[in-house]
Write a protein that binds this ligand. Structure first.
Ligand code: NDP
Ligand SMILES: Nc1nc2c(ncn2[C@@H]2O[C@H](COP(=O)(O)O)[C@@H](O)[C@H]2O)c(=O)[nH]1
Length: 327
């Protein structure tokens, strides 16, 4: 491992533009058998995504992954998405009941297009076993496995049959893994992404630590095919987290999937709860993300997302924010 850095330590270097307008730049990405409008997916967390938002995203050609915290509703969700002619993308864990759930889906001939194995420490035999079970039972499903933070883990999960791996242990906004365990990619997530991407032969999802839209372009530069985002999506009208009012201002709750609020008990807690400012409709944020990414592509000197992959960059000694705030 050579130099480590994180999102705010990096600036991408502009190349001569080949477009006359940013609107000529194409932000779409092929992932699995689908082409999505953006290389972005809202985090599969209970305060970020629910069935209603999943339908909106699928209808509008965005990628989504439903969380796994209402386990009994997942089979009906897959059935409902199929009835609507939309793709189904769900999450599973690794406990015993998840094996029978996968078998049940196969018996009902309900094949989700995407299945994400979502556990904290994805470099484990339990995930490898689950990848093999899904691939044997639902071979048509595209399997995303995670989370991991090393090239060895990426290679092992790919070797077990994963179609994509998810990188990021501890960089999340509501994560306390780094503090409670001393482990993870918190503080050097972008360098960890680069390290993992060099070893990968299949797509990588960069997960956690995105604080600005520019971080999406940086993730693509360092090897991500898709970028998972929690906190930036938490404040919308459509976000399932509770809306609260304080001193006349609206906020939305955002809690970790390993927080006591998710688990209902204080056991192995590695997540916390916070409130983020209310931001209005998610549609406006998605449009702004697209425009910002189109601009990134133009600065990269191309007209497609792949142009960003080849740009030069510098490691900036001090934070690029230099005390500034975005708004
Ligand atoms: N991306 C990240 O940095 C992190 C994300 N999370 C999120 O929190 C949620 C809950 O995660 P998780 O606790 O894994 O899910 P589960 O509670 O479903 O646990 C999955 C299984 O893995 C075991 N397990 C959990 N952590 C470890 C570990 N460090 N080493 C070995 N075995 C382990 C659990 O057993 P037991 O509980 O008995 O140990 C259980 O059998 C997920 O959505 C996950 O993505 C959580 C932490 C970090
Ligand atoms: N360590 C923990 N990580 C968590 C928890 N719940 C979710 N997550 C991860 O965070 C990202 C979102 O990060 P953000 O910076 O965009 O907000 C999410 O996709 C998970 O990987 C948790 O309880 N503990």
């Amino acid at each position: 491992m050579d130099t480590v850095f994180d999102y705010e330590d990096i600036q991408l270097i502009p190349a001569k533009s080949i477009v006359n307008s940013r609107s000529e730049c194409d932000t779409t990405v092929k992932f699995g058998n689908y082409t999505f409008k953006l290389p972005v997916v809202p985090a599969n967390m209970q305060t970020i995504i629910d069935e209603k938002l999943a339908i909106y995203l699928a209808e509008n050609n965005y990628f989504y992954i439903l969380h796994r915290f209402n386990p009994e509703k997942r089979a009906d969700f897959v059935k409902d998405m199929k009835a609507r002619g939309l793709y189904a993308s769900i999450s599973v864990g690794v406990k015993e009941e998840e094996y029978s759930f996968i078998t049940h889906l196969a018996e009902e001939q309900l094949t989700p297009e995407f299945i994400t194995i979502d556990i904290a420490h994805g470099h484990s035999d339990s995930v490898i076993k689950m990848i093999k079970h899904i691939k044997a039972t639902l071979p048509e499903s595209f399997v995303i496995a995670g989370n991991v933070g090393t090239p060895e883990a990426v290679r092992e999960l790919e070797h077990a049959g994963a179609d994509a791996t998810k990188v990021g242990i501890g960089p999340g906004k509501v994560c306390i893994t780094k503090i409670k365990t001393g482990f993870g990619t918190g503080g050097w997530q972008l360098a960890a992404l680069r390290w993992c991407a060099k070893a990968a032969s299949k797509p990588i999802i960069a997960d956690g630590g995105i604080r600005t839209h520019g971080d999406i372009a940086k993730s693509v530069r360092f090897g991500a095919s898709m970028v998972m985002i929690g906190s930036l999506f938490a404040g919308h009208e459509e976000s399932p987290g509770e809306t609260v009012e304080r001193d006349g201002k609206l906020f939305k709750e955002y809690f970790g999937s390993a927080s006591e609020y998710q688990k209902g008990e204080r056991k192995n807690v590695e997540g916390k709860k916070m409130y983020v400012e209310y931001k209005g409709s998610i549609e406006d944020t998605l449009v702004e993300m697209e425009q910002d990414l189109q601009s990134s592509i133009s600065y990269a000197g191309g007209n497609k997302l792949s142009a960003i992959r080849n740009v030069d960059y510098v490691v900036v000694k001090n934070s690029i924010f230099n005390g500034d705030r975005i708004y």
